[in-house]
Design a protein around this ligand. Structure first.
Ligand code: TEU
Ligand code: CA
Length: 559
């Protein structure tokens, strides 16, 4: 297997709006991040991925960009950004920027021009079509509810927007669009960027003719996805990006790719000729999801094992996994897969063990390292996310759903769960800001915060530190081969990692129960050294033991 720095690193994702506010306007900013670089260094991560910081009217919190070569007014200036890069590089940290080029903001000058007239030079930068039978050009739906088309009176045509109406899709069929994007990428790379996380990058190529879609059950697919997920020219477009840009720099690239299989991922990231280093897959995020809701997951753990094992084995030796349980679009992992009540600390450590012991590059989302939890606002007025607000409106006003029921769905699944301010201390505004923040703070900041975590050697934070150090010191954490054991077990997720005759055994109890682990007969071993665990070590038979609630143990086996 080829070694690479981007396989060995740990990536930390910052959602800048919610990380740290330096100037008391209630909004996180670049200087806030600069002030926390030593904290990130203490944690031990190597790479920082910033969610978008470009100029934006913030219809979707920066995922709607109106100037790709400038900084969002609330976040600071290009000079602040330069200082951030210098501060990071001085500490041996690398910076990955979000690249959002499936769509721009409707306030981007390209779109402002494009909508003016059918013969405007920028018309073909976007996807315009006349209506059909008095309605939209086709039946595709937006990820944020409603049609994926919006009528524009100036020219009496519709433009395509897979996301909000203020996020028109760029037309990648147009070589001038590709040229603009590649030039912009060079500009940032020359300024010091060390990589890109590429937003919905597998949606760039739409099937020619934009045909009508099969109606969907709403489970995994948005209506129309078969015509734009990994479309006919995707590998060509990304191949061009690789030739023109990516291959000229030593960078980390990770594509965000909803609805892909391991084979799709290999096509994009094959070690031999793939365009990208890795992709974010979503299958494990869909295990417990039905439409807007999370289910009780009757076979949740077995399904999770099946999905993760398919990805671990499917990419083995051919491509590289990017492993995450949280990001700015997902509920908090400890609330979702662990227990955010009595077992918050141990279950947060269990999930960390899982994510860091899989083969692949681990991604940590801000606040995860102190076990931050979901939030339950009791009124829709406290929610900020456009996806949540649109969904609430459609469900309560158009479909007659009970508002309390819909609020319950948001408590479990809203993206705002991950977007409440970072909890730095038990002081005013959780140490995030001196003003009232743009979104409410989770009331548990008085007990769940960084100050507490740094002072407590048993904290979730200290456990992350240890995991990250172990990963740096032991190549088997990075490169060891993954093999699932006990596939049918309903409570325990166990697997091994093997490298050059060395073997780790990872045993994870995903429940509050106390199941017994019994080593499969082909894995019985003479002795085992506990490398890391989330409870004090216990003496006893290493081939058979009872696990405590949410217990995680990693053993080094000796035959
Ligand atoms: O997300 C893409 C994506 O598919 C998600 O929108 C997902 O379907 C949704 O969050 C479920 O509610 C990326 C970004 O990560 C997200 O923040 C943006 O809103 C979106 O693209 C549009 O840029
Ligand atoms: Ca600010």
């Amino acid at each position: 297997m080829k070694t690479a720095w981007w396989k060995e690193c740990v990536v930390y994702q910052i959602y800048p709006r919610s990380f740290a506010d330096s100037n008391g306007d209630g909004i996180g900013d670049l200087r806030g991040i600069i002030g926390k670089l030593d904290y990130l260094k203490t944690l031990g991560v190597d790479v920082i991925w910033l969610s978008p910081v470009y100029k934006s009217p913030n219809d979707d919190n920066g995922y709607d960009i109106s100037d790709y070569q400038d900084i969002m007014t609330e976040f600071g200036t290009l000079a602040d950004w330069d200082e951030l890069v210098v501060g990071m590089h001085a500490r041996g940290l690398r910076l990955v920027m979000d690249l959002v080029v499936n769509h721009s903001s409707d306030e981007h000058p390209w779109f402002v021009e494009s909508r003016k007239s059918k013969d405007n030079p920028y018309r073909d930068y976007y996807i315009w079509r006349p209506g059909k039978d008095g309605g939209t050009p086709n039946n595709w739906k937006s990820f944020f509810t409603g049609s994926a088309w919006k009528h524009d009176p100036a020219t009496d045509e519709y433009f395509l927007h897979l996301f909000s109406t203020k996020q028109p899709d760029l037309n990648w069929e147009n070589p001038r669009v590709r040229r603009e994007v590649f030039d912009m990428m060079h500009w940032w790379l020359k300024r010091g960027v060390d990589g890109f996380r590429m937003d919905v990058i597998n949606m760039l190529s739409k099937v020619p003719g934009l045909p009508d879609a099969e109606p969907v059950d709403g489970k995994r697919h948005v209506q129309g996805s078969e015509h734009f997920i990994c479309g006919p020219r995707l590998t060509e477009f990304l191949g061009e990006m690789k030739r023109d840009v990516l291959s000229q720099y030593d960078i980390l690239t990770v594509g965000e790719t909803p609805m892909v299989s391991p084979d799709d991922a290999v096509a994009l990231t094959d070690e031999k000729d793939g365009a990208l280093n890795m992709v974010f897959q979503f299958e494990h995020m869909d295990v417990d999801r039905v439409g807007e809701r999370l289910t009780d997951r009757p076979n949740g753990l077995r399904d999770l094992k099946q999905v993760m094992t398919r990805w671990q084995k499917g990419l083995e030796g051919r491509a590289w996994n990017s492993n995450y349980l949280s990001n700015h679009d997902q509920p908090r992992q400890v609330s979702r897969y662990g227990d955010d009540g009595a077992y918050r600390v141990v279950s947060a450590k269990l999930l960390a063990t899982f994510n860091h012991l899989l083969q692949g590059t681990p991604y940590v989302y801000q606040g995860e390292e102190i076990g931050m939890t979901n939030v339950a606002f009791d009124t829709i007025a406290d929610y900020r996310d456009i996806a949540a607000l649109n969904m609430y409106r459609v469900q309560t006003q158009e479909l007659g759903q009970d508002p309390q029921v819909v609020l319950g769905w948001l408590h479990a699944k809203s993206r705002d769960n991950a977007r409440t301010p970072m909890q730095w201390s038990a002081g005013p505004q959780a140490g995030f800001s001196t003003a009232e923040p743009w979104i409410k703070i989770n009331p548990n900041y008085t007990t769940v915060n960084v100050e507490q975590a740094l002072a407590d050697p048993d904290s979730v934070f200290c456990y992350y530190q240890k995991l990250i150090q172990l990963r740096k010191a032991n190549p088997i954490f990075v490169y060891g081969t993954y093999d699932l054991i006990l596939p049918e077990h309903d409570e325990i997720y166990a697997f091994t990692r093997t490298l050059d005759g060395e073997r780790l055994l990872v045993v994870l109890n995903f429940t509050a129960k106390t199941p017994e682990f019994a080593a499969p007969t082909d894995l019985v071993y003479a002795s085992a050294e506990l490398v890391i665990g989330n409870y004090p070590a216990e003496a006893g038979d290493v081939n058979r033991f009872t696990l405590r609630p949410y217990e995680a143990r990693v053993y080094r086996l000796t035959a």
